[in-house]
Design a protein around this ligand. Structure first.
Ligand SMILES: [Zn+2]
Length: 194
Protein backbone atom coordinates (compact mmCIF):
# COMPACT_ATOMS: atom_id res chain seq x y z
CA UNK A 1 0.00 0.00 0.00
CA UNK A 2 1.40 3.37 -1.04
CA UNK A 3 0.81 6.74 0.58
CA UNK A 4 1.77 10.10 -0.82
CA UNK A 5 2.00 12.75 1.85
CA UNK A 6 2.27 16.36 0.72
CA UNK A 7 4.91 18.53 2.33
CA UNK A 8 3.72 22.05 1.49
CA UNK A 9 6.35 23.71 3.70
CA UNK A 10 9.73 22.03 3.35
CA UNK A 11 10.89 23.77 6.51
CA UNK A 12 8.11 22.18 8.51
CA UNK A 13 7.70 18.60 7.38
CA UNK A 14 4.73 16.73 8.86
CA UNK A 15 5.12 14.43 11.84
CA UNK A 16 3.92 10.97 10.96
CA UNK A 17 2.73 8.47 13.53
CA UNK A 18 3.23 4.76 13.26
CA UNK A 19 1.16 2.02 14.90
CA UNK A 20 2.80 0.84 18.13
CA UNK A 21 3.84 -2.49 16.71
CA UNK A 22 6.40 -3.87 14.33
CA UNK A 23 5.94 -2.18 10.95
CA UNK A 24 7.09 -5.32 9.20
CA UNK A 25 5.46 -8.28 10.95
CA UNK A 26 2.96 -6.65 13.32
CA UNK A 27 4.40 -8.19 16.51
CA UNK A 28 4.70 -6.01 19.65
CA UNK A 29 7.11 -3.11 19.35
CA UNK A 30 10.51 -3.67 20.95
CA UNK A 31 12.67 -1.10 19.23
CA UNK A 32 12.47 1.96 17.04
CA UNK A 33 14.46 2.39 13.85
CA UNK A 34 14.80 5.73 12.13
CA UNK A 35 14.56 6.97 8.59
CA UNK A 36 15.64 10.53 7.82
CA UNK A 37 14.61 12.15 4.58
CA UNK A 38 16.41 15.35 3.64
CA UNK A 39 13.95 18.04 2.64
CA UNK A 40 16.61 20.05 0.84
CA UNK A 41 15.77 23.12 2.90
CA UNK A 42 17.51 25.00 5.70
CA UNK A 43 15.90 26.25 8.85
CA UNK A 44 17.89 28.22 11.43
CA UNK A 45 21.09 27.08 9.71
CA UNK A 46 20.16 23.44 10.00
CA UNK A 47 19.22 21.05 7.25
CA UNK A 48 15.61 20.07 7.60
CA UNK A 49 14.86 16.37 7.71
CA UNK A 50 11.64 14.46 7.99
CA UNK A 51 12.31 11.89 10.66
CA UNK A 52 10.32 8.72 10.74
CA UNK A 53 10.46 6.66 13.90
CA UNK A 54 9.47 3.22 12.82
CA UNK A 55 8.57 0.64 15.49
CA UNK A 56 10.03 -2.81 15.00
CA UNK A 57 10.16 -6.04 16.93
CA UNK A 58 13.61 -7.24 17.90
CA UNK A 59 13.77 -9.99 15.28
CA UNK A 60 12.94 -7.62 12.43
CA UNK A 61 15.27 -4.89 13.76
CA UNK A 62 18.13 -7.42 13.94
CA UNK A 63 17.38 -8.60 10.44
CA UNK A 64 17.30 -5.00 9.21
CA UNK A 65 20.70 -4.36 10.79
CA UNK A 66 22.10 -7.42 9.07
CA UNK A 67 20.77 -6.40 5.65
CA UNK A 68 24.33 -5.82 4.45
CA UNK A 69 24.64 -9.62 4.37
CA UNK A 70 22.42 -9.67 1.30
CA UNK A 71 23.40 -6.34 -0.25
CA UNK A 72 26.85 -4.90 0.37
CA UNK A 73 28.67 -8.12 1.31
CA UNK A 74 27.72 -10.19 -1.77
CA UNK A 75 28.54 -7.16 -3.92
CA UNK A 76 32.01 -6.86 -2.39
CA UNK A 77 32.82 -10.57 -2.29
CA UNK A 78 31.61 -11.44 -5.80
CA UNK A 79 33.06 -8.23 -7.21
CA UNK A 80 36.41 -8.81 -5.56
CA UNK A 81 36.73 -12.42 -6.72
CA UNK A 82 35.82 -11.75 -10.35
CA UNK A 83 37.68 -8.47 -10.39
CA UNK A 84 40.82 -10.26 -9.24
CA UNK A 85 40.30 -13.02 -11.83
CA UNK A 86 39.95 -10.42 -14.60
CA UNK A 87 42.97 -8.47 -13.37
CA UNK A 88 45.54 -11.13 -14.31
CA UNK A 89 44.72 -11.71 -18.01
CA UNK A 90 44.06 -7.99 -18.50
CA UNK A 91 47.55 -7.25 -17.19
CA UNK A 92 49.03 -9.88 -19.51
CA UNK A 93 47.30 -8.72 -22.69
CA UNK A 94 48.00 -5.08 -21.98
CA UNK A 95 50.66 -3.48 -24.21
CA UNK A 96 53.87 -3.15 -22.29
CA UNK A 97 55.28 0.27 -21.63
CA UNK A 98 58.79 1.01 -22.81
CA UNK A 99 59.54 4.25 -21.01
CA UNK A 100 59.67 4.63 -17.21
CA UNK A 101 56.42 6.63 -17.37
CA UNK A 102 54.50 3.85 -19.12
CA UNK A 103 56.07 0.88 -17.30
CA UNK A 104 53.15 0.61 -14.92
CA UNK A 105 50.59 0.71 -17.71
CA UNK A 106 49.73 -3.04 -17.56
CA UNK A 107 48.94 -2.68 -13.85
CA UNK A 108 46.77 0.37 -14.42
CA UNK A 109 45.00 -1.32 -17.32
CA UNK A 110 44.55 -4.54 -15.34
CA UNK A 111 43.28 -2.60 -12.37
CA UNK A 112 40.78 -0.74 -14.50
CA UNK A 113 39.48 -3.90 -16.18
CA UNK A 114 39.35 -5.63 -12.79
CA UNK A 115 37.36 -2.76 -11.32
CA UNK A 116 34.82 -2.70 -14.16
CA UNK A 117 34.42 -6.48 -14.11
CA UNK A 118 34.21 -6.40 -10.31
CA UNK A 119 31.42 -3.80 -10.31
CA UNK A 120 29.41 -5.65 -12.94
CA UNK A 121 29.75 -9.12 -11.46
CA UNK A 122 29.32 -7.77 -7.92
CA UNK A 123 26.05 -6.13 -8.94
CA UNK A 124 24.81 -9.32 -10.60
CA UNK A 125 25.85 -11.30 -7.51
CA UNK A 126 24.00 -8.85 -5.29
CA UNK A 127 20.84 -9.17 -7.38
CA UNK A 128 20.93 -12.95 -7.15
CA UNK A 129 21.52 -12.98 -3.39
CA UNK A 130 18.75 -10.43 -2.84
CA UNK A 131 16.29 -12.55 -4.80
CA UNK A 132 17.26 -15.59 -2.74
CA UNK A 133 16.80 -13.53 0.45
CA UNK A 134 13.14 -12.64 -0.24
CA UNK A 135 11.71 -15.41 2.00
CA UNK A 136 13.70 -14.03 4.96
CA UNK A 137 13.80 -10.30 4.30
CA UNK A 138 10.50 -9.72 2.46
CA UNK A 139 9.99 -8.74 -1.14
CA UNK A 140 10.93 -5.11 -0.52
CA UNK A 141 14.56 -6.20 -0.27
CA UNK A 142 14.76 -6.57 -4.04
CA UNK A 143 13.71 -2.96 -4.46
CA UNK A 144 16.51 -1.54 -2.38
CA UNK A 145 18.94 0.37 -4.50
CA UNK A 146 21.90 -1.70 -5.59
CA UNK A 147 25.07 -0.90 -3.69
CA UNK A 148 26.56 0.73 -6.75
CA UNK A 149 23.56 3.08 -7.05
CA UNK A 150 22.83 3.61 -3.38
CA UNK A 151 25.11 6.64 -3.18
CA UNK A 152 22.85 8.50 -5.59
CA UNK A 153 19.58 7.20 -4.31
CA UNK A 154 17.01 9.28 -2.49
CA UNK A 155 15.12 6.36 -1.03
CA UNK A 156 15.38 4.95 2.39
CA UNK A 157 14.22 1.51 3.30
CA UNK A 158 13.59 -0.60 6.33
CA UNK A 159 12.17 -4.10 6.35
CA UNK A 160 8.57 -3.73 5.21
CA UNK A 161 8.76 0.05 4.81
CA UNK A 162 10.04 2.10 1.92
CA UNK A 163 10.24 5.89 2.07
CA UNK A 164 11.09 8.31 -0.66
CA UNK A 165 11.01 12.08 -0.94
CA UNK A 166 9.85 13.34 -4.32
CA UNK A 167 11.39 16.78 -4.21
CA UNK A 168 9.79 18.27 -7.33
CA UNK A 169 6.32 17.23 -6.28
CA UNK A 170 6.94 18.00 -2.60
CA UNK A 171 5.61 14.60 -1.68
CA UNK A 172 6.81 11.98 0.71
CA UNK A 173 6.02 8.56 -0.61
CA UNK A 174 5.66 5.81 1.93
CA UNK A 175 5.02 2.22 1.13
CA UNK A 176 4.18 -0.64 3.45
CA UNK A 177 4.54 -4.31 2.72
CA UNK A 178 2.12 -5.24 5.52
CA UNK A 179 -1.43 -4.21 4.55
CA UNK A 180 -2.74 -4.32 8.11
CA UNK A 181 -0.04 -1.94 9.36
CA UNK A 182 -0.68 0.29 6.36
CA UNK A 183 -4.37 0.56 7.27
CA UNK A 184 -3.53 1.43 10.88
CA UNK A 185 -1.01 3.99 9.68
CA UNK A 186 -3.65 5.53 7.41
CA UNK A 187 -6.08 5.81 10.30
CA UNK A 188 -3.51 7.33 12.67
CA UNK A 189 -2.48 9.99 10.17
CA UNK A 190 -5.83 10.43 8.40
CA UNK A 191 -4.43 9.45 5.05
CA UNK A 192 -5.86 7.77 2.01
CA UNK A 193 -3.77 5.17 0.20
CA UNK A 194 -2.99 5.93 -3.45
ZN1 LIG B 1 8.76 -7.73 13.32
Amino acid sequence: MIFQIPVPDLKKPPVLKFPERCANCGKPKEETLGISLHMGAQHRNRTVTLDLKVPMCKACADRERSIAKVTLIPFLIVGFIFGAIAFVPATLISPEGTTPQTMTFPLVFGGFVGLVVGIITGTVGEMIVKTLAVPFYGKFVTRRPLTILSFFSETDDLLGVSAKFLREKKLVQLEFENEEIAREFAKLNQLEPQ
